[in-house]
Design a protein around this ligand. Structure first.
Ligand code: ADP
Ligand code: MG
Length: 275
């Protein structure tokens, strides 16, 4: 089970869209995917067709330790894609867990329990990827996500201020690595909402690649109206319109993520170990 946090303290950069559609694309190519909605807004849950009325249990109950993660999971219209939905209750979770010594590890321990439970299952029933959709803030929820993850995937919108805030995010990842989670790495940076008609966009892509080099995925997600329409139908764009440029880009990103994962995993195991 590989755990990736989708994080960027800016709102509207494509975290939720990427969680939903990268998750769907990974599931489409055979991975067993769990999306953990850690944003009180619950847009990932809504975008995956989980009605608010059907969210009796949510990631809130998991974080405060009232329910195991397994109890809140809901299936989606996408085969092999499961979601742990969120509700607005999450807004209060910081206050509730702030006084606990293990406050940054609530999600991590829930995921560990889930992983242990899965040991008795067949491979087809075990999650291979967990994508955590973070809120637009470097708060305790995001700390929980980073503490529980192998790596962070950063969606970055192709706009003039794209690089602003990235340094802060990267230094937060460094701090988390030092204090909460020594294994944490940056998986990659995905440029989103690229508009080829906007001459500035190409410059932003070049700047970000110049600054972050290989960490930037080759795949760039285009600005695509089908991507923005899909959530109102409670569907990932791949179910809404598989042929559109947005769906094709997320499929490409998924194969790049898997490719990179192989390289990272090999590096973790070290030379001479079985891969
Ligand atoms: P975040 O989770 O970072 O706040 P979202 O994923 O919710 O960002 O995206 C913000 C808005 O932009 C949403 O309305 C979403 O539908 C839209 N959007 C995201 N990616 C694209 C894209 N590639 N093309 C068009 N619209 C997009
Ligand atoms: Mg979001």
């Amino acid at each position: 089970m590989r755990v990736l946090a989708l994080a960027n303290q800016k709102g509207g950069v494509g975290k939720t869209t990427t969680a939903i559609n990268l998750g769907t694309a990974l599931a489409a190519i055979g991975e067993n995917v769990l999306i953990v909605d850690l944003d009180p807004q619950g847009n990932a849950s809504t975008g995956l067709g989980i009605d608010r009325r059907n969210r009796r249990l949510s990631t809130y109950d998991v974080l405060i330790g009232e329910e195991p993660l397994a109890a809140v999971l809901q299936t989606t219209a996408v085969p092999r894609l499961t979601v742990a939905p969120s509700t607005l209750d999450l807004l209060g979770v910081e206050l509730e867990i702030a006084g606990r010594k293990d406050r940054a590890f609530c999600l991590k321990s829930a995921l560990q329990t889930l992983e242990v439970e899965q040991r008795n299952r067949s491979d087809a029933e075990c999650f291979t990827y967990v994508l955590i959709d973070c809120p637009p803030s470097l708060n305790l929820l995001t700390m929980n996500a980073m503490a529980a993850s192998h790596s962070v995937l950063v969606p970055l919108q192709c706009e003039f201020f794209a690089l602003e805030g990235l340094s802060q995010l990267l230094s937060t990842v460094d701090q988390v690595k030092k204090s909460l989670n020594p294994r944490l790495t940056v998986h990659g940076i995905v440029l989103t909402m690229f508009d080829s008609r906007n001459s500035l966009a190409a410059q932003v892509v070049a700047d970000v690649r110049g600054f972050m080099g290989e960490k930037v995925y080759e795949t760039v997600i285009p600005r695509n109206v089908r991507i923005s329409e899909a959530p109102s139908h409670g569907k990932p764009v791949l179910l809404y319109d598989l042929k559109c440029a947005g769906s094709q880009a997320y499929l490409k990103l998924a194969s790049e993520v898997i490719q990179r994962e192989r390289v990272y995993r090999a590096a973790e195991l070290g030379p001479g170990e079985p891969r």
